[in-house]
Ligand binder design. Structure first.
Ligand SMILES: Nc1nc2c(c(CN[C@H]3C=C[C@H](O)[C@@H]3O)cn2[C@@H]2O[C@H](COP(=O)(O)O)[C@@H](O)[C@H]2O)c(=O)[nH]1
Length: 341
């Protein structure tokens, strides 16, 4: 049985057939110009992953790789129905929300002597222990906490059985190919199988598998086991924040009907046509922005600190969305509750 279209081809197919989400060529060029000004700066380079984010590991060792694995295994669905009423985690004097609340909770557990990044621990961790580890400072718990518990047990058992309990062994089996690692992760760990249908075709986004490869590349600083020769074949990660920031920047547009639905906060189920069009057009939009940016860099003879790829564009746009939460308040993000992003 043939597998799904790979993410980049899936996105192209969706963008060509989309009925409620559209890419704006002028907006793509405007975003590429915005990024050109940053091309030689600290954000659009591999080192930014550590330099700009205090919760990410400093080290580039096996423990750091296993930190990335458990964090990206749980890297999904942090949004709350009411923005002012959400899960928050205080850590070392700062309060974190969303994805960063997850990272803060992982680091807090490690500080408390709980080996949350060790497969031998999380393969049999109980629901009570997971609720304690990911406890919120507010009365709003982290969403899907039971699913997170189930996925930790499932993933930990597989990592022990197939990879002697360390994700570094999985990385080493990929022979420094990002594509091989992505497919090995999807084949081995069911919760990473972010695939669905669109217009009769099987398509894939593999959002968590792709960000896992990207974060592994980042935590290993692109060296040694993390020196993936094909890292630039990884696309942006189709989550719920990137579409919001691409609409805010004018590179992506929604039909009137879809915009009204999102403004009402209506839920879209995973695999729904409009949800797939939002994710697919966002992914394809970032590919077009990257192509346009690389052309501008070449024409301008701009010096960059290394190859600029869709991963670095994605990281930049995701951080931009974080830093411009206030400005983006009027732009809705789509509400899908699932374990894939
Ligand atoms: N496209 C894309 N989506 C990303 C990330 C990240 C964090 N990763 C890197 C960022 C900094 C570090 O360097 C990490 O490596 C989380 N998400 C997604 O966002 C959503 C959470 O959003 P909010 O509710 O606002 O926290 C959720 O779907 C989550 O899966 C990314 O980078 N790109």
């Amino acid at each position: 049985m043939d597998g799904p279209l790979p993410p980049r081809e899936s996105a192209k197919f969706i963008a060509e057939n989309s009925r409620d989400v559209f890419i704006d060529g002028g907006g793509v060029r405007r975003v590429a110009k915005l990024l050109l000004a940053k091309a030689s700066g600290p954000e659009l380079r591999l080192g930014g992953w550590k330099a700009l984010h205090e919760l990410n590991p400093r080290a580039a060792d096996e423990a750091a790789v296993n930190w990335v694995f458990v964090t990206d295994t749980l890297n999904f669905s942090f949004w709350s129905e009411h923005e002012e009423h959400k899960c928050l985690v205080g850590y070392r004097g700062k309060t974190y929300s969303g994805y960063w609340a997850l990272c803060a909770a992982v680091n807090r557990a490690l500080d408390e002597g709980i080996p949350i990044t060790s497969a031998s621990y999380y393969a049999t961790v109980t629901l009570d222990q997971v609720q304690h580890i990911f406890r919120s400072d507010t009365d709003v718990p982290m969403p899907l906490i039971e699913e997170r518990h189930r996925i930790l047990n499932e993933t930990g058992k597989i990592l022990l059985e197939k990879f002697e309990g360390s994700f570094l062994n999985c990385v080493r089996k990929s022979e420094k190919s990002a594509q091989k690692l992505m497919h090995l992760v999807v084949e081995s760990f069911p919760s990473y199988r972010d695939v669905t249908q669109y217009e009769g075709k099987k398509i894939s986004f593999y959002k968590r598998a792709q960000i896992l490869v990207a974060d592994t590349w980042s935590v290993l600083e692109g060296e040694g086991d993390g020196c993936f020769k094909d890292i630039s074949s990884i696309t942006m990660f189709a989550d719920y924040r990137l579409p919001q920031v691409l609409v805010h920047l004018g590179a992506l547009k929604y039909s009137k009907e879809l915009l009204e639905k999102l403004l009402k906060g209506e839920m879209l189920s995973y695999g729904n046509r409009q949800e797939v069009e939002i994710r697919g057009c966002s992914l394809w939009c970032v590919e077009l922005i990257r192509d346009c940016l690389l052309e501008l860099i070449e024409n301008k003879g701009e010096k960059t600190s290394g190859e600029i790829n869709s991963i670095l564009l994605d990281y930049y746009l995701w951080d931009y969305a974080r830093d411009h939460r206030e400005d983006m308040k009027g732009i809705p993000f789509h509400h899908t509750r699932c374990i894939y992003y």
